[in-house]
Design a protein around this ligand. Structure first.
Ligand SMILES: Cc1cc2nc3c(=O)[nH]c(=O)nc-3n(C[C@H](O)[C@H](O)[C@H](O)COP(=O)(O)O)c2cc1C
Length: 192
């Protein structure tokens, strides 16, 4: 099985990086193929400009986007790992979605509806956030975060959301971190 991990965190000393390492290790141990696109390392250009929108309308794709789309095409599963920043995706990842999940590649319009182009793929999202989980659950923020990413991005384009993990109260003590990494491992074993 081929996995594509799209990772968006600028620091290697971060809980997100520990999640990335655990995810890669767990999947590779199972004999799966893993590609990691580390958006900060790639210095991914996240701004969807007018000229690019015009290119898309002509059915043309810029080279950097074409390369990322090729990774998606080849993947059986897409795993997004990122911290919650301002109740959403870090800008670099939001821009990756804006540009790479483009009209014509990830979806198109057909009749009165949307045609999903990324069917037959599984999706997983792993998030961390600083607010305690109970507070985000209580105020329906957890639900909103799932709705705007697992549903709004994955389901919209036909990717089947298999898991959406959100770890709150980060940074936290070591024991809690280990427990969370076990949750990641267990989920991956259960799904794949
Ligand atoms: C720019 C920025 C925006 C943030 N916005 C939120 C937020 O909206 N909600 C929240 O709970 N935490 C927020 N945080 C806290 C991060 O989610 C938290 O520090 C991160 O998930 C911890 O994981 P890490 O150690 O991998 O960075 C924000 C942090 C930064 C730097």
């Amino acid at each position: 099985m081929k996995h594509l991990i799209v990772y968006a965190h600028p620091q290697t000393e971060s809980f997100n990086h520990a999640i990335l390492e655990t995810t890669v290790k767990t999947l590779e141990k199972k004999g799966h193929q893993v590609n990691v696109r580390n958006l900060y390392d790639l210095d991914f250009q996240p701004v969807l400009r007018q000229s690019e929108l015009e290119s898309i309308r002509r059915g043309e794709t810029l080279e950097d986007v074409k390369q990322e789309q090729e990774y998606i095409t080849q993947a059986d599963s897409i795993i997004l790992i990122y911290p919650i920043w301002w109740t959403g995706l870090p800008a670099i990842l939001k821009g990756y979605i804006d540009r790479v999940f483009a009209y014509g590649f990830a979806y198109s319009y057909e009749g009165n509806g949307i045609k999903q182009h990324l069917t037959e793929k599984k999706g997983i999202i792993i998030n961390t956030h600083g607010t305690p989980k109970e507070i985000y659950d209580q105020m329906s923020m957890t639900e909103a975060l799932k709705l705007t990413s697992s549903t709004g991005i994955f389901e919209f384009t036909g990717i089947e959301p298999m898991e959406h993990l959100l770890f709150g109260s980060i940074p936290d003590e070591e024991l809690e971190m280990k427990k969370n990494l076990h949750t990641v491992e267990n989920s991956l074993h259960r799904i794949f």
